[in-house]
Write a protein that binds this ligand. Structure first.
Ligand SMILES: Cc1cc2nc3c(=O)[nH]c(=O)nc-3n(C[C@H](O)[C@H](O)[C@H](O)COP(=O)(O)O)c2cc1C
Length: 185
């Protein structure tokens, strides 16, 4: 089994990115599990003073454990003011430490998503790739999917009922899974 941890860069109950993430989960190919990690909202702002034994928040321990158990990470994010939503950036900071022992080190990470603007949040995606790369992840630079018009496109139709999105997600997940196999080989 290949396990892909899915992180969503929006906390909104009706998040279109969460719906896209759920669509990827629903259409997981055989031999692959995807799970949406819903704990990043509970991570406090990263602070080295609390990232020590005895003070480390339970949410951070749980997040690192989830990363450790994943073969790859799929990020589904909107764009906030031209860049990464703060909740996602904070999660990257927690993922990046302890320095030299990060659970994200060498792990395949793909970044996709939807935003309202005409480019679908490409700035946020590029910055997310850059940040995960600096954190030591194996960023899948060729895996790209930026869906514009988020709240309008998915106002009436859930992405799971949008054949184009379902097909695009199948390609994304296939590339993510292939990356884990090439790591193992
Ligand atoms: C604080 C904030 C900043 C935003 N900035 C951008 C932006 O820079 N570019 C963009 O395309 N959309 C921007 N949007 C609109 C979001 O892309 C849109 O609301 C998107 O659907 C949010 O993702 P969600 O549906 O998963 O919650 C912003 C929304 C918020 C709340």
């Amino acid at each position: 089994m290949t396990h892909v941890l899915v992180l969503v860069g929006s906390l909104r109950a009706g998040s279109t990115n969460k719906q896209i993430a759920e669509t990827a989960v629903l259409n997981a190919p055989e031999g692959v599990t995807l799970s949406v990690y819903d704990g990043i909202a509970h991570l406090p702002f990263y602070n080295e003073d609390i990232d020590v034994d005895g003070a480390r928040p339970e949410a951070a321990v749980a997040f690192r454990s989830a990363l450790s158990g994943a073969d790859a990470v799929l990020v589904v994010t909107p764009e906030h003011n031209g860049t990464i939503p703060a909740v996602l950036k904070n999660a990257i900071d927690w993922a990046s430490r302890p320095y030299g022992e990060s659970q994200i080190s060498g792990k395949p990470v793909a970044v996709i998503g939807s935003a309202f603007g005409q480019f679908g949040g490409v700035w946020a995606q590029d910055e997310t790739r850059k940040s995960f790369g600096i954190a030591g992840a194996n960023v899948l630079e060729d895996v790209k999917l930026a869906i514009p018009g988020s709240v309008v496109r998915f106002a009436e139709v859930h992405p799971k009922d949008d054949a184009e999105v379902v097909a695009q997600l199948a390609e994304v997940v296939s590339a993510v899974v292939a990356s884990t196999r090439s790591v193992a080989a």
